[in-house]
Design a protein around this ligand. Structure first.
Ligand SMILES: Nc1ncnc2c1[nH]c(=O)n2[C@H]1C[C@H](O)[C@@H](COP(=O)(O)OP(=O)(O)OP(=O)(O)O)O1
Length: 169
């Protein structure tokens, strides 16, 4: 099973609204869809280190590992088998300005205007709560064979208010 991360940088707008930094993926799994910066863990890397690296590589923001707030653990199943385990983080503490990379076009989006119709089919089930500050553990079932982003989303289970202990991955 692949171990991956997603990171959602957030900021307050001057008019009191909140924005989240999304990427439009330019290649790989979920190409053409919006998501947070993220990707697969490299050898010897912790999930936090992966989230920091992927955020730097994909959008050019610098985040301290300790500034990442663990918000979710998501398991994606394909045809009954675990395919991807994803650690989800949010943060309001980062430096730099988002820049386009080979992998991603970054875009600040109002949390009320997240384009769920241009995202993975499961995202509208868990991302709104994560952007509200909740924690979640979820299992999402896909069927139809590889690749995962061409398979059909068929079911899910969610548990909110999960405790991710301080210092945990
Ligand atoms: N179903 C669903 N909803 C939301 N997000 C995701 C999924 N499935 C997923 O795989 N993901 C996330 C998890 C990861 O952050 C990305 C895909 O990562 P990865 O396959 O590593 O992306 P690539 O761009 O191909 O590879 P890297 O080189 O960036 O590691 O989507």
């Amino acid at each position: 099973m692949r171990e991956t991360t997603l990171c959602f940088p957030m900021r307050e707008r001057s008019d009191d609204g909140t924005e989240v930094l999304l990427i439009e993926k330019r290649r790989g799994l979920g190409e053409g869809w919006y998501n947070g910066p993220g990707g697969k863990l490299e050898a010897g890397e912790t999930p936090r280190e992966c989230a920091v690296r992927e955020t730097r590589e994909e959008v050019g923001l610098e985040v301290e590992p300790g500034a990442l707030e663990k918000a979710g653990e998501l398991t994606f199943l394909l045809d009954g088998e675990a395919h991807t385990f994803c650690h989800v983080y949010r943060t309001r503490s980062f430096t730099g300005e988002p820049t386009t990379s080979d992998e991603a076009y970054p875009e600040w989006v109002a949390v009320d205007d997240v384009p769920y119709e241009q995202m993975w089919d499961d995202d509208h089930l868990w991302l709104p709560g994560v952007l509200e500050g909740k924690t979640v553990a979820g299992e999402f079932r896909f069927e139809g064979g590889k690749p995962l982003d061409k398979a059909e989303f068929v079911g899910h289970d969610l548990e909110w208010g999960v405790s991710f202990a301080a210092g945990q991955k």
